[in-house]
Design a protein around this ligand. Structure first.
Ligand code: SF4
Ligand code: SF4
Length: 405
């Protein structure tokens, strides 16, 4: 991994044109120059020259970023801001005394304990059918202000639209795919995994389950590289069998698994990078027919490509509508939403407004964090007609039939 100093030339390429202000969701919501790449590059330039010290304050400005990459795509110099911010944050962890709060926030043991508690909590929550009850009274709960919005958001994690289990077909010559289920499927809500199993059941693929850890996305984005390498190595160690693919249904997990080769020390990291594919890659040639005439819009996660949108556009029987900024950041981005709740909610609200204007029935996406972001935005808007936010695979399993494999 590169040090901050290695990016000196890239930072120097910034002409201070300010174009990144037009696309940065955090800048638009906060109007804070420290939020946009140009402002951060100014600070990092000072750090490299020794005029500024990379302290907690500067780290907090670096954290004012959803990692959406919009600035990189729009920047005339094509500067990879996200990569530079990660290198700078890694330097911060290396050179500074870490506070107790940071140690607690970054502790993987605590993170895993929290996930296990979440698993128990959501299992009991669903057993008591709280997800259905809260969904039914959502309109009234939202009127109670921020606590109500938080409860509705929590409920969107638990709410299950698809819960059928599929018994896998056993055929000869099946391809072997190691399924990287991700934290959301493993600890919070299994509906996407169940839907993926149903969709792939006729696709001649045997799914191999392993007891994986989190992919490590929040540690990587936070620049906590030592913790990230540890997690990456644990996951790579678990891939000890023959496989044709590493398969994931989450756009974030896919992106992170492909970066293992740049950080992890285990020799299979390169193969894992080359063989990691998303469920979208496997099903993009399948034609689906929807059994309901629904008005469907999509939200493209920042780290996903446009392939899944082609799948949606090709579904027979639906009406596809394109919302403004459908491919722009939803404002959630995991830890960012926790650290910058107000800005995150502002970004999500603007996003949600575009879908309400289109009067769409359902918004489809492929990332669990984006589902939260979109629901967070919808919770900010008082409107009786709100679209439902769904994972693409859950929608396909619930409402569609594949015509051929
Ligand atoms: S768009 Fe690129 S070159 Fe222009 S100010 Fe932003 S980072 Fe610098
Ligand atoms: S990656 Fe996105 S949020 Fe971060 S500075 Fe660039 S445009 Fe702003």
């Amino acid at each position: 991994m590169n040090n901050l100093k290695d990016y000196e030339e890239d930072i120097y390429k910034c002409s201070r044109c300010g174009l990144c202000q037009f696309v940065c969701p955090v800048f638009k919501a906060s109007v804070n120059e420290c939020a946009v790449s140009r402002g951060k590059f100014n600070m990092l330039n000072g750090v490299i020259k020794g005029e500024l010290s990379l302290n907690r304050k500067i780290k907090s400005y670096l954290d004012l970023c959803t990692g959406c990459n919009a600035c990189k795509d729009f920047c005339p110099s094509k500067i990879n801001a996200k990569e530079i911010f990660i290198a700078a944050k890694a330097q911060y962890y290396k050179n500074n005394k870490i506070s107790l709060k940071e140690k607690i926030v970054n502790s993987y043991v605590l993170f895993k304990t929290a996930l296990c508690c979440a698993f128990i909590f959501f299992s009991v929550y669903r057993f008591l059918r709280m997800d259905k009850i809260i969904k039914k009274f959502e309109k009234y709960i939202l009127k109670t202000g921020l606590p109500g919005k938080r409860l509705v958001l929590l409920n969107s994690l638990a709410h299950t639209q698809y819960n059928q289990r599929t018994t896998p077909h056993n055929k000869n010559n099946m391809q072997k795919a190691v399924y990287f289920e991700g934290c959301f499927n493993k600890y919070i809500n299994k509906q996407t995994e169940n839907a993926v199993k149903k969709i792939l059941n006729n696709a001649n693929i045997e799914l191999i389950k392993k007891d994986f850890e989190c992919c490590g996305v929040s540690y990587l984005n936070d620049g906590n590289i030592d913790a990230f390498i540890k997690i990456a190595n644990i996951n790579l160690e678990k891939i000890d069998c023959d496989f044709d693919y590493i398969l994931t249904d989450c756009a974030s997990c896919e992106e992170v698994l492909k970066t293992y080769k740049d950080y992890a020390t285990l020799p299979n990291a390169q193969k894992v990078c080359e063989k990691t594919i998303s469920v979208v890659d496997l099903i993009k040639k399948i034609k689906f027919v929807c059994n309901k005439n629904l008005k469907i819009a999509v939200h493209k996660p920042c780290h996903d490509d446009y392939d899944f949108i082609d799948i949606v556009k090709n579904i027979d029987g639906i009406t596809y509508v394109e919302a403004e900024d459908f491919d722009k950041c939803c404002g959630f981005s995991g830890k960012f939403a926790l650290q910058n709740s107000e800005i995150s909610r502002k970004i999500s609200k603007v996003k949600a407004q575009h879908y309400i204007e289109k009067n769409t029935d359902i918004i489809l996406t492929t990332c669990p964090a984006c589902i939260l972001g979109l629901n967070q935005g919808l919770a900010e808007i008082q409107n009786s007609q709100k679209p439902e936010v769904m994972n693409l695979f859950v929608f396909l399993a619930l409402y569609c039939t594949p015509t051929e494999y």
